[in-house]
Design a protein around this ligand. Structure first.
Ligand SMILES: O=C(O)CCC(=O)C(=O)O
Ligand SMILES: [Fe+2]
Length: 363
């Protein structure tokens, strides 16, 4: 099918997607083949690429929260900082979170090792099928007229914290298992702190099992030959309750704050937490799910690991909606109740990269 896209001239989009997918070698495969020009499939329209004219030195600084306070009698301060950052930024950095630096560095190395294996080793995992718990791809379901992004992803899904070690690729198995265990521990702390930040009992979020499953995206952003024409990850908000992100030292993450793109420079040893759409819904807009993206770079590869927390599979048929304790005559529910499985279905039908489902659930 010949379609008119981006520049308006004829371009066989379907053929380009098919060729790219059939190679099963992702963006890394293009780099290994020696591309010096950005393939047309990856060229984003100019409006996706707008940046700010502002001097990066004048940009506001993402809040950093020191979780050592939780162990040192400063819990109220930490909870208050989490509340403020979740309301005003939807994003914050965490230091002294308890995940050993060695575990983090080993995980970044392991992700790199996985992606830098020969293409034929990764090819059997190449898939867009969301039912596969471990899969490798580049961009999920590239749709016509929707530019692809300059990155590859290994996704590992752990439903209800269940870990099937044999499914994890050998190149990164031990590190993934160690890292996901640490993420689950930190999730417990986050669930308590965020419950308190919402003014609820500490066990509230844990009891409703809203973060009992995790999907880990192990991202690899190869050096890009023409970074000014594409993106590493396009603008989106996370569909989850909560995301815990680790990035290496390359940088490129930006969040939309106060109408401008704000850089989130890497801080060695720190993790980033961000509120997802589901948390915005149950908090009745008290906490905000904020759009973010990753710019493409002439240097790299950049490695990052995003751990997305979503409800327990047993909660699939349970209704989620604004938490009743947060509602009053002055603050009526902004969203209707829905089943988590319907929410997943919404994205399955619309595609992963659509804008957020929040308006769909608004009353
Ligand atoms: O790679 C990153 O730093 C961010 C990735 C991201 O936002 C995502 O996968 O949802
Ligand atoms: Fe994200």
């Amino acid at each position: 099918m010949v379609l008119s896209c981006n520049g308006g001239d004829a371009y066989d989009w379907a053929k380009a997607v098919k060729e790219f997918d059939e190679a099963k070698s992702g963006v890394k495969g293009l780099v290994d083949a020696g591309v010096t020009e950005l393939p047309r499939l990856f060229v984003h329209p100019a409006e996706h690429l707008l940046n700010n004219p502002t001097d990066p030195a004048l940009q506001p600084e993402l809040p950093t929260i020191d979780f050592a306070g939780l162990r040192q009698g400063r819990r109220r301060e930490v909870v208050e900082a989490v509340r403020r950052a979740s309301e005003e930024w939807g994003f914050f950095r965490i230091v002294n979170h308890g995940v050993p630096r060695q575990t983090m560095d080993a995980m970044l190395d392991a992700v790199r090792r996985f992606h830098e294996q020969p293409a034929e080793v990764k090819a059997p995992l190449y898939s867009d099928d969301s039912r596969r718990r471990v899969r490798f791809n580049s961009n999920s379901a590239i749709r016509e007229n929707d530019a692809a992004s300059w990155r590859d992803i290994l996704t590992c899904v752990f439903n209800d914290d269940e870990i099937d070690r044999e499914l994890i690729p050998e190149a990164c198995r031990e590190e993934v298992l160690e890292y996901v265990g640490r993420m689950i521990e930190l999730r417990e702390t986050m669930a308590e702190v965020m419950s308190e930040a919402l003014g609820l009992p500490s066990n509230y979020l844990s009891e409703i099992e809203c973060m009992k499953s995790e999907a880990m995206a192990c991202l690899y952003y190869p050096v890009c030959p023409e970074p000014q024409k594409t993106l590493g990850t396009p603008k989106h908000s996370d569909t989850t309750f909560l995301t815990l992100l680790m990035q290496d030292t390359i940088g490129g993450l930006q969040i939309l704050h106060g109408g401008q793109w704000v850089n989130v420079p890497p801080v060695p040893g720190a993790l980033i937490a961000n509120i997802g759409d589901l948390m915005q819904i149950i908090s009745n807009d008290k906490f905000i799910s904020v759009e973010h993206r990753v710019v493409a770079q002439p240097v790299g590869p950049r490695i990052s690991v995003a751990c997305f927390f979503t409800p327990s599979m047993s909660a699939a048929a349970k209704p989620f909606g604004p938490i009743k304790e947060l509602l009053s005559d002055e603050k009526p529910a902004i969203y209707r109740k829905f089943m988590f499985r319907d929410y997943c279905q919404y994205y399955k039908i619309k595609g992963q990269d659509v804008s957020s489902a929040l308006p769909h659930y608004k009353i």
